[in-house]
Design a protein around this ligand. Structure first.
Ligand code: F6R
Length: 239
């Protein structure tokens, strides 16, 4: 399903309300949220809505979607740092409820297995919110990704390593990432993909109009029974 909003603000408001109502209905909900520029306003709105309506996130569980390998969690620009600043700390999330990839782990395969085991133990992720890269990636599932994959180490696409610099104060060597796999995203109860701005229009057209395939990983979401693509007018302008 696709929903088109007049503005980024309206899109963010809708996405925020989806997250908050998931927690309102299920205070022990399991959430998996992307980092990045697109969800910035959504998360600010989640915090505001939670505070205004006294919605308690203390028992919510957070599963990390992805992380840059070789970047410390405490470094500004890491996925963990972003989410910690914008959502975990403002909502006083219990650190024991946050299961995030450590991009500095010496044994990255073990890191993947740990997250897989946590997801298996929990059962289902209730809500995943992803952005989309201009190459069609969701999480760090780059073009060519195996749709059956669980958590895995990824060699990042050249587009991702170049654009990824925007999150960091100083230039970083970004060659690999660690990510939940398409199979785990597809097994979640609900997936929201959010995209705004004209720079996402071309990949949104490919996502929605071209064949569903790993050439555009986001296109798999069209097969999700509860997958919602939320776009502002600019991102939807080539549909
Ligand atoms: C980040 C992530 C990425 C981003 C995507 C879009 O955790 O999973 O897939 O969602 O690269 O990034 P922005 O929103 O910065 O355009």
């Amino acid at each position: 399903m696709v929903s088109i909003f007049n503005t980024y603000e309206e899109l963010s408001d809708f996405a925020a309300r989806q997250i908050v109502s998931t927690v309102q209905q299920n205070p022990t909900a399991v959430l998996c949220l992307a980092a990045g520029d697109t969800p910035h306003l959504t998360y600010q709105k989640v915090v505001a809505l939670a505070n205004e309506n006294n919605i308690n996130f203390l028992d919510v569980i957070f599963i990390g979607l992805d992380e840059w390998i070789g970047i410390e969690p405490a470094t500004e620009g890491s996925c963990y740092h972003f989410l910690n600043e914008i959502i975990f700390t403002p909502l006083s999330i219990n650190k024991e409820h946050i299961f995030f990839f450590n991009g500095m782990a010496t044994d990255l395969v073990k890191e993947c297995k740990q997250i897989d085991a946590i997801i298996n133990a929990i059962g289902t992720i209730n809500l995943v919110l992803v952005g989309i890269g201009i190459n069609g990636h969701i999480g760090f599932n780059e073009p060519g990704t195996d749709p059956q994959s669980n958590a895995h180490v990824v060699t990042l696409d050249a587009v991702t390593t170049k654009i990824g610099q925007k999150y960091f104060k100083e230039e970083k060597s970004l060659t690999q990432g660690i990510s939940l796999g398409i199979a785990q995203i597809m097994a979640s109860d609900k997936v929201l993909l959010i995209a705004n701005g004209i720079k996402k229009a071309d990949i949104i057209r490919k996502t929605m109009k071209e064949n569903i395939s790993n050439a555009v990983p986001a296109s798999f979401l069209r097969n999700h029974p509860n997958g919602i693509i939320l776009l502002d007018k600019e991102a939807a302008s080539e549909l």
